[in-house]
Design a protein around this ligand. Structure first.
Ligand SMILES: *[C@@H]1O[C@H](CO)[C@@H](O)[C@H](O)[C@H]1NC(C)=O
Ligand SMILES: *[C@@H]1O[C@H](CO)[C@@H](O)[C@H](O)[C@H]1NC(C)=O
Ligand SMILES: *[C@@H]1O[C@H](CO)[C@@H](O)[C@H](O)[C@H]1NC(C)=O
Ligand SMILES: *[C@@H]1O[C@H](CO)[C@@H](O)[C@H](O)[C@H]1NC(C)=O
Ligand SMILES: *[C@@H]1O[C@H](CO)[C@@H](O)[C@H](O)[C@H]1NC(C)=O
Length: 435
């Protein structure tokens, strides 16, 4: 009862605010009619039998397609005025997959200070809306959507992203931007509108109390900042982002963050224990099935990561000076050194704020030599997974992700003893970039 009441408030208060704006109200009711979400109490009765799930996703996709052609036309118009360009602005895209420490590395940019506009996983909304009833996405359609949304966001334009936010922002105001509080830029004074009593904010700023996010204000603030950075774990193929690298209005720097797939799996097995129950049992009793869905996913992920890195490391003309590969293990062991390298690569100043954040949040310390080192037992932290991942499962990963392990310099283990032998590091020294 109470939940229902709160949800209604969330819907109604913005509606009351903009009661004069008829077109927006009709946009909103379109949206409500299109979607058949069980938690939407305003769903008109009698529509549900028409809105079969399959058809609902079809409508969503075609809606996205029309959004694409609109933005394409707008971009064509923009390109004619491309002398408006960058003035030394950099656009950093931190690309990763889940459980690779990307939130931590994202902070390196989030903490940069007043010259940086940072967004934390804006593509969450895009993926969510494009998720089909089968649970997956049409990878062609989502790749296109990710690319276009990123391109716009780097230009401080939130309009395409808005069309993916649910409920649809009214008058560019939203209470539900994913992980708003993880972007310092979205919780600054200039982007903090007054709190509205009774309106529930899903992702609340930690530094101050703010009302619903006004995306027009966010966009204005973004335009004031010299540099922009976005962190995402959604992009599958670097190659899909080529138009961003070639956009004359942008100066994009791609940073791909990778991690030992065995460690990623070990981390997933802790985080999603139920999902891997069978595996664990099998690892004790017998063999892990190689044709299992999870193994297929694992292989797919490894292949995507490797293909992206191979393109990046090959440095085709469109990626020249635009690609950097980083291993999570190196960042965890040498955070200050790696952060400095990232900033040098990106071509933006490494500020005292970043430095002090890193000092506070890692055990990095300055040695008398002036060289940054890290906490003494850090390699233990980084290689902790070796004591939780059953050897049989490590073997499965090595089998399906072999070329990926090789490319990034992760040593194979040939026995249980080797897996748990602390004196053998599984991280080979490897230099990937010339920055
Ligand atoms: C889906 O929509 C089409 C028209 O777009 C309609 O012909 C069809 O009957 C619908 N299917 C279901 C299951 O509702
Ligand atoms: C592109 O520019 C033309 C003329 O400058 C304008 O008429 C048109 O509406 C613009 N198209 C879009 C999609 O903004
Ligand atoms: C995926 O989307 C694209 C365009 O968005 C479409 O052409 C293609 O048929 C779709 N594929 C599947 C399997 O639905
Ligand atoms: C959102 O911000 C813009 C720009 O500051 C302002 O013009 C607009 O009135 C704000 N919207 C609301 C509903 O406060
Ligand atoms: C690793 O470092 C932490 C804190 O720096 C310390 O508490 C812990 O005992 C160390 N572990 C080993 C095995 O040295």
């Amino acid at each position: 009862m109470r939940i229902k009441y709160t949800i209604s408030l969330v819907f109604f208060v913005p509606l009351v605010i903009i009661v004069m704006e008829n077109n927006i109200i009709s946009r909103m009711s379109d949206k409500l009619a299109l979607k058949q979400t069980p938690q939407t109490p305003l769903q008109p009765r009698g529509l549900s039998h028409i809105l079969q799930k399959h058809n609902a996703s079809f409508t969503r996709l075609s809606k996205t397609n029309s959004a694409f052609s609109l933005i394409k036309r707008r971009l064509e118009n923009y390109s004619q005025h491309k002398e408006v360009v960058t003035r030394g602005s950099k656009h950093i895209l931190l690309l990763a997959t889940t459980r690779t420490g990307s939130s931590f590395v994202g902070e390196f940019f989030n903490q940069q200070g007043d010259n940086m506009f940072f967004l934390f996983e804006p593509l969450w909304h895009v993926e969510k809306m494009l998720t089909l009833e089968t649970g997956g996405t049409n990878s062609t359609a989502s790749a296109k959507a990710y690319r276009d949304v990123l391109q716009q966001l780097f230009l401080c334009d939130f309009s395409l992203l808005e069309s993916f936010i649910e409920p649809l922002p009214v008058n560019h105001i939203t209470t539900g931007l994913f992980r708003r509080e993880s972007s310092n830029s979205l919780c600054q004074e200039s982007v903090c509108s007054p709190v509205i009593k009774g309106v529930f904010e899903r992702y609340r700023c930690r530094t101050r109390r703010c009302g619903p996010l006004n995306l027009t204000m966010a966009s204005e603030s973004c335009l004031q900042k010299e540099h922009r950075a976005i962190k995402s774990v959604k992009v599958r193929q670097l190659e899909n982002l080529r138009p961003l690298a070639e956009d004359p209005r942008l100066d994009v720097k791609f940073i791909q963050l990778v991690r030992d797939p065995r460690a990623v799996l070990a981390s997933r097995m802790v985080a999603f224990a139920a999902k891997y129950k069978n595996w664990k049992q099998l690892a004790i009793d017998g063999e892990v099935p190689i044709d299992d869905d999870e193994v297929r996913n694992l292989k797919g992920n490894c292949d995507n990561i490797r293909l992206s890195a191979e393109i990046g490391l090959r440095q085709p003309a469109w990626l020249r000076r635009r690609y950097m590969l980083l291993r999570y293990e190196d960042i965890a062991r040498f955070p200050m050194r790696k952060a400095t390298e990232m900033y040098r690569f990106a071509g933006i100043p490494f500020t005292p704020q970043v430095k002090s954040w890193i000092l506070k949040n890692t055990q990095a310390s300055k040695e008398t030599s002036g060289v940054y080192s890290t906490q003494k037992n850090s390699s233990e932290q980084v290689e902790k997974w070796r004591f939780s991942l059953p050897f049989k499962i490590a073997q499965v990963v090595q089998k399906v992700c072999g070329p990926t392990l090789k490319l990034f310099g992760y040593k194979f283990v040939s026995s249980e003893e080797m897996l748990t032998d602390k004196s053998i590091s599984l991280i080979e020294d490897k230099v990937f970039n010339f920055v």
